[in-house]
Ligand binder design. Structure first.
Ligand SMILES: CC(C)(COP(=O)(O)OP(=O)(O)OC[C@H]1O[C@@H](n2cnc3c(N)ncnc32)[C@H](O)[C@@H]1OP(=O)(O)O)[C@@H](O)C(=O)NCCC(=O)NCCS
Length: 384
């Protein structure tokens, strides 16, 4: 297997954006290409993640992006894996570079949905659940994650205030991220007094609907060394699956796909949870970050909420979780999210993170899942 590196990264701002889905995808791609210091024609292939291109009248985004970059002859693959599309796209790109098929590839994730409004976006997103058992029965994602939150509160010694502290921490981190969607300091009282969306989850327990695009350039170690000194290495990659509908799972307080993906990523990297300096995890709702922090092995089962509440996941604490602000504050343009996590890791490990820098960080991890964790990918990176 070839060693695989990330040599460039770029994102648009996340939030409500006016430009078209194609324009924002191209803006992020150009930013990544420029950051890598390469020419578009040096890219061998494109991996494009997106879920609801149809909402902005553009599917089959791969060739459209490659054409806009002036490399229409290069092959591309458009990938949909719900909210986990970005990391699945990254994984496919990783596997192809590792196998020696390509020297350098573009991975771009993009989503443009806010113009459809909350009712429509909620309906579209419910098509990512196991629609027969969940979406069709009226269970939206806030409702499904509320079931997980209720189960956690019942099973463990945790409170809604513990969940609120996850949101407060992520909003604090997002304040120093100029690309973040919701840049606003909040308190536990703000969370507790915000409108109930699906009990026990309130407005500030939820990520927003966001538009946005993120890109990275992945390449072989040889290509990286020939082009730059400023790169990071992908040292672990894992994927896993879970029963698509919550009703098919034995427990609501763990996500099997995360555990499986983490196990194989740790094994490939030859590392364990204690070796991770910071992690970008899938906090679509505050309960998700709590469960992720346990499934990734940072805390014992049932201890994640208390750990967050005690400040053990804050920037430059025991383990910095979501230094970017996470999905909660940075935003969640679903096709872009998994790629955006890698952009943050690249920025952190190459000294570009500014005020939100994780001090002396050498190893970062990303975890991004689709739906309620029906699919998941975990990646581990180290500075060189
Ligand atoms: C929480 C949610 C229901 C709020 O939708 P809404 O009530 O229609 O909110 P609006 O878009 O009308 O925004 C109203 C205000 O709340 C703010 N807001 C919206 N969502 C927010 C969120 N998640 N957190 C904090 N503030 C939010 C908006 O910025 C706006 O503020 P303003 O009035 O100061 O401009 C919606 O964001 C949601 O469903 N989020 C979850 C998305 C999801 O399921 N993703 C997939 C995960 S698997």
């Amino acid at each position: 297997m070839e060693k695989v590196c990330v040599i460039g990264a770029g994102s648009t701002k996340y939030g409500k954006l006016d430009d078209s889905i194609t324009d924002i995808a191209v803006q992020a791609s150009v930013a990544a290409i420029e950051s890598a210091g390469i020419k578009p024609k040096e890219i061998d292939a494109g991996y494009i993640s997106n879920v609801f291109g149809i909402a902005d009248k553009q599917v089959h985004l791969g060739p459209v992006i490659m054409s806009n970059l002036g490399i229409s002859e290069k092959p591309s693959l458009s990938i949909e894996s719900a909210c986990g599309s970005g990391s699945v796209s990254f994984r496919e790109a990783f596997a192809n570079v590792a196998a020696g098929f390509y020297d350098a590839v573009l991975v771009t994730g993009v989503e443009k949905v806010t113009h459809t409004g909350t009712e429509w976006t909620t309906t579209y997103f419910s098509y990512c659940s196991d629609f027969f058992y969940e979406g069709q029965a009226g269970a939206s994602f806030p409702g499904l994650f509320a079931s997980m939150a209720r189960a956690y509160l019942t099973e463990f010694n945790a409170t809604e205030e513990d969940f609120a502290k996850v949101a407060v921490k992520n909003h604090e981190n997002g304040l120093s991220n100029p690309k973040a969607h919701l840049r606003k300091k909040i308190t536990v009282d703000d969370v507790m007094n915000s409108a109930v969306v699906a009990s026990p989850l309130k407005l500030y327990d939820c990520c927003p609907f966001s538009d946005g695009a993120s890109s990275v350039i992945l390449c072989s170690e040889k290509f990286a060394k020939e082009h730059t000194k400023d790169y990071i290495q992908v040292i672990g990659s894992g994927r896993g699956g879970s029963p698509a509908a919550l009703q098919g799972r034995n427990h609501l307080t763990t996500i099997p796909s995360t555990k499986l993906a983490a196990e194989s990523a740790y094994k490939m990297a030859g590392l364990g949870p204690k070796d991770i300096d910071f992690a970008e995890v899938h906090d679509c709702f505050t309960i998700a970050e709590v469960v992720d922090s346990e499934d990734l092995g940072f805390f014992e089962k049932g201890q994640g909420a208390k750990a967050a509440s005690e400040g053990r996941t804050k920037l430059n604490s025991e383990i910095s979780i979501n230094p970017s602000g996470g999905l909660k504050s940075k935003g969640h343009p679903i096709g872009a999210t998994g790629v955006g996590q890698v952009v943050e890791v690249f920025d952190q490990l190459t000294g570009r993170a500014g005020e939100r820098e994780v001090k002396d960080a050498k190893v970062g991890l990303t975890q991004n899942f689709g739906a309620t964790g029906a699919s998941c990918a975990v990646h581990i990176f180290q500075s060189v």
